[in-house]
Design a protein around this ligand. Structure first.
Ligand code: NAD
Ligand code: UFG
Length: 338
């Protein structure tokens, strides 16, 4: 019996693969390495003393999926594979719909053909668009996404809801992540963005290590306590355990579930910079600039359903998130490249 993890070489995938191997599950990974390094999984093997089976292939490749399902007794699929850059999605919408939507359709089709019917999907708080109020619960309104990335996540959720109604034997959980940050406490695996990071925490850590000069804080006139954007940052190891909890509860409750994975606490950009300064014992240069188009003021979760349905809650503090991000950055100044 094995768990198929698509996108398992990526940031969240590699931490989840590690956590699965640590508890004794067998893991098969499919990843096309479009946004990852094979080294992440070598390090997972080094940390756990166990080796996942790895296929360097695309989820759009039906033949590869047929081989995987034929050669392994897969019971569950965790589907991380996809493209995730908001800005890139605006310039390359077809690539985003192709990878994120068609990729999921092909995978579901091949699962069905192979008789595998337990599926966990990486969704995102982006499906809530610009929230009318916070905290966001799973009943909050979705829609109003402003970029093809966000729309692709919403479309897949809709497809999964329709598919679940037609195929009640399928067990499907959509996990809506808030803002994943941090790294494995060993400092051996972590987030390794290509080029200049778009996201706040990788940007701050590259300023701390001296690769970038100054953090541009996008807006200080939001209706938030200090005027900067507020988000629900969650440690990637908490996300990993959230996936294990979802796997364990896949046969309980409704056949189709949608669950937030967040901490329930919102922190501002300035809170993050200050926490990082404490972790890295260094000053982070920053300057206020205009708001970034498409950004929202506040986004944080009501995480109570995850506790009720999965018995899971996030345990890492903001200081621990920044400590582990810094530990990863300082030990791997160039990420997985030497
Ligand atoms: P990531 O880019 O590090 O991981 C995605 C992995 O999928 C990469 O290893 C990439 O090489 C692989 N991949 C992409 N397209 C593929 C394809 N067609 N076939 C096979 N492999 C493919 O991203 P991540 O941060 O680990 O995110 C994982 C999932 O979680 C994504 O679906 C993302 O949209 C979702 N998510 C991420 C965030 C975030 O901020 N990191 C927030 C919410 C949701
Ligand atoms: N920010 C800055 N400077 C930067 C980068 C970000 O001030 O250089 C601010 C943003 O304005 C926002 C906060 O930091 O207030 C967080 O921004 P991120 O880019 O790190 O994250 P977002 O909340 O914008 O987006 C993230 C994921 C998306 C996902 C979205 C909702 O990157 O994929 O959460 O879940 F869609």
């Amino acid at each position: 019996m094995a768990i198929l993890v698509t996108g398992g070489a990526g940031y969240i995938g590699s931490h989840t693969v590690l956590t699965l191997l640590e508890r004794g599950d067998d893991v098969v990974v499919i990843d096309n390495l479009s946004n990852a390094s094979r080294t992440s999984l070598d390090r997972v093997a080094e940390l756990t003393g166990r080796v996942p089976t790895v296929y360097i292939a695309d989820v759009l490749d039906r033949q590869a999926l047929k081989i995987i399902f034929a050669d392994h007794n897969i019971t569950d699929v965790i589907h991380f594979a996809g493209l995730k850059s908001v800005s890139e999605s605006i310039n390359e919408p077809l690539a985003y719909y192709q990878n994120n939507v068609t990729g999921t359709l092909v995978l579901l089709d091949e699962m069905q053909a192979a008789g595998v019917n337990r599926f966990i999907f990486s969704s995102s708080a982006t499906v809530y668009g610009d929230p009318q109020s916070v905290p966001l619960s799973e009943h909050s309104r979705t829609g109003g996404t402003t970029n093809p990335y966000g729309t692709s996540k919403l479309m897949v959720e809709q497809i999964l809801a329709d598919f679940s109604r037609a195929q009640p034997d399928f067990r499907i959980t959509c996990l809506r992540y808030f803002n994943p940050v941090g790294a494995h406490p060993s400092g051996r695996i972590g987030e390794d963005p290509n080029g200049i990071p778009n996201n706040l925490v990788p940007y701050i850590s590259q300023v701390a290590i001296g690769k970038l000069e100054t953090v541009s804080v996008y807006g200080n006139d939001y209706p938030t306590p200090d005027g900067t954007g507020v988000r629900d940052y969650i440690h990637v190891m908490d996300l990993a355990t959230g996936h294990l909890a979802a796997l364990d509860c896949q046969n309980k409750g409704a056949a189709y579930k949608v669950i937030n994975l967040g901490t329930g606490v919102g922190y501002s950009v300035i809170n993050l910079i200050e926490a990082f300064e404490k972790a890295a014992q260094t000053k982070i240069n920053y300057q206020f600039v205009n708001r970034r188009p498409g950004d929202i003021a506040e986004c944080w979760s009501d995480p109570s359903l995850a506790y009720k349905e999965l018995g899971w809650k996030a345990v890492y503090t903001l200081d621990e998130m920044m400590r582990d991000t810094w530990n990863w950055q300082k030990n791997n100044p160039n990420g997985y490249s030497i």
